[in-house]
Design a protein around this ligand. Structure first.
Ligand code: DLL
Length: 436
């Protein structure tokens, strides 16, 4: 562990700590002099909070509030105390700006250091950071985490695969921080080119949804490159709350992530009603920043779908765990009344050995009745390709419970995406060309 005292803290003690932080937060927000916070708190006082359950008496925060107060209307400290901003690229309109005080940056770094250690990092390691550097929180977030750990950071950022592979080999990096899709691309290229001397042992992979079969594929590919085992571990976070390092998976208890809940408190609610879901059921993750100074959020609706997991873990960390993310409330596809998560489709595609791995999901909305199509690359040809398409159609129907059309194309047909989050789902509206 990076911070054994905090990460292994007794649960009752942690709850007392959380409550203390929450009360202090409400006190600070009330005294901030910012009308946004006065409205939000609607007179709530620290003394109203006697247990963490009382948090549910406070209102939710939604993404639009960042837009409405753009750029810095949610600040809870004087502007002079802000030492950095990041921004998330929203799909339309202005980006969301997030601000940090010096202390926020040091917590951000420490939580990323925890996430790195969860994946197997030590202070002696060289760690290659291939998340984008800049306004995106991924590059600088993990970078400061590597430095807080005392390891050596290689700030490679995204793109330029040949340079990335030679740096990985020359500097002997043991850790790779990247999106899962970019990590898969790099590993496949290293295999194709027979790059020697890569010594990677673990990945800290996140920023986009990824399935278990993609994990298996990434682990097997890097193992093929290095001849040693590789742990691909998940890391979760979002700009509005801080960036990466909100939650992370440990290499010895994969499948669920520890939420660093001494700083960020998780709830899981029914996305329709906002009420807490019964323990262990799937719902929308809601996060409260307990210690953030510059721009805290109270009960932020992440839009991400997960559930609490209570299995025992061998490492001694006592944080609450959440299942790896299922998808987003808003990118859940509703096809002929059935809810479909793109990740379930990915699971079927990557489980099929005849496919090359690259794929797109097309939501064809040209007619009233929405049609779902999977376009996937395969090296097979002729009759074998027909058989493969039939098998895939059958497995998709079994898994997602709606008919999915399948179109198989030659390897190299779909455009390769080297930077940013992988885009897998494309809408096809009337009048548009085919979306690739
Ligand atoms: O993606 C922060 C980050 C950087 C996380 C590097 C992990 C690694 P945003 O750009 O604000 O921040 O996007 C946040 O991305 O609400 C999720 O929908 C999605 N997301 C992030 N991590 C994961 C993950 C960064 N591990 C949004 N699995 C979130 C699935 C993820 N989805």
């Amino acid at each position: 562990m990076f911070d054994p005292e905090a990460e292994g803290q007794d649960r009752d003690e942690r709850e007392a700590l959380q409550l203390g932080h929450l009360r202090a937060l409400v006190g600070r927000l009330g005294a901030s002099g910012n009308p946004y916070w006065e409205d939000k708190l609607a007179g709530a006082e620290p003394d109203d909070l006697t247990s963490m359950d009382d948090l549910t008496g406070l209102p939710f925060t939604v993404k639009d509030e960042f837009r409405d107060t753009y750029p810095l209307g949610m600040l809870a400290v004087p502007r002079e105390e802000v030492v950095r901003v990041h921004a998330s690229s929203g799909t339309s309109g202005k980006p969301t700006i997030v601000a940090y005080t010096r202390n926020d940056i040091s917590v951000f770094a420490a939580l990323n250091a925890r996430a790195l250690v969860c994946a197997g990092a030590t202070s002696a390691d060289t760690i290659h950071v291939a998340y984008g550097y800049g306004l995106f929180t991924g590059g600088l977030g993990l970078h400061f985490g590597v430095e807080a750990l005392g390891a050596m950071a290689v700030p490679a950022s995204g793109g330029n695969q040949p340079l990335q592979l030679s740096l990985l080999a020359d500097l002997g990096s043991r850790g790779l921080c990247a999106t899962p899709s970019f990590s898969a691309l790099l590993a496949e290229r290293a295999i194709a080119e027979g790059t020697a001397d890569i010594r990677l042992r673990y990945g800290v992979l996140g920023a986009e949804p990824w399935s278990e079969p993609l994990r298996e594929r990434i682990e097997a590919s890097w193992s093929e490159v290095t001849g040693e085992p590789f742990d691909a571990c998940d890391i979760y976070g979002l700009s509005e709350v801080m960036g990466p390092g909100v939650a992370a998976e440990a290499h010895d208890s994969k499948g669920a992530m520890f939420v660093f809940d001494d700083h960020v408190h998780p709830e899981i609610v029914d996305p329709e009603t906002g009420a807490p879901v019964p323990e262990g059921e799937r719902g929308e993750l809601v996060l409260t920043t307990l210690t953030r100074e510059a721009q805290p959020v109270l009960r932020y609706r992440t839009g991400d779908v997960t559930r609490f997991v209570t299995d025992d873990t061998p490492c001694g960390r006592t944080h609450r765990r959440i299942a790896r993310l299922q998808g987003r409330v808003d990118d859940m596809l509703i096809v002929r009344g059935i809810n479909v998560f793109p990740r379930e489709i990915e699971t079927v595609i990557l489980d099929e050995p005849g496919l090359a791995g690259a794929y797109r999901i097309v939501v064809d909305r040209r007619e009233t009745l929405v049609r779902l199509e999977v376009v996937a690359e395969t090296p097979t040809e002729g009759e074998d390709r027909e058989l493969l398409a039939d098998r895939l159609r059958h497995h998709l129907r079994e898994r997602v419970r709606v008919g999915v059309d399948v179109m198989l194309v030659d390897v190299g047909t779909l455009p390769v995406q080297e930077t940013g989050k992988a885009q897998r789902v494309f809408a096809w509206d009337a009048g548009d060309p085919r979306p690739w």
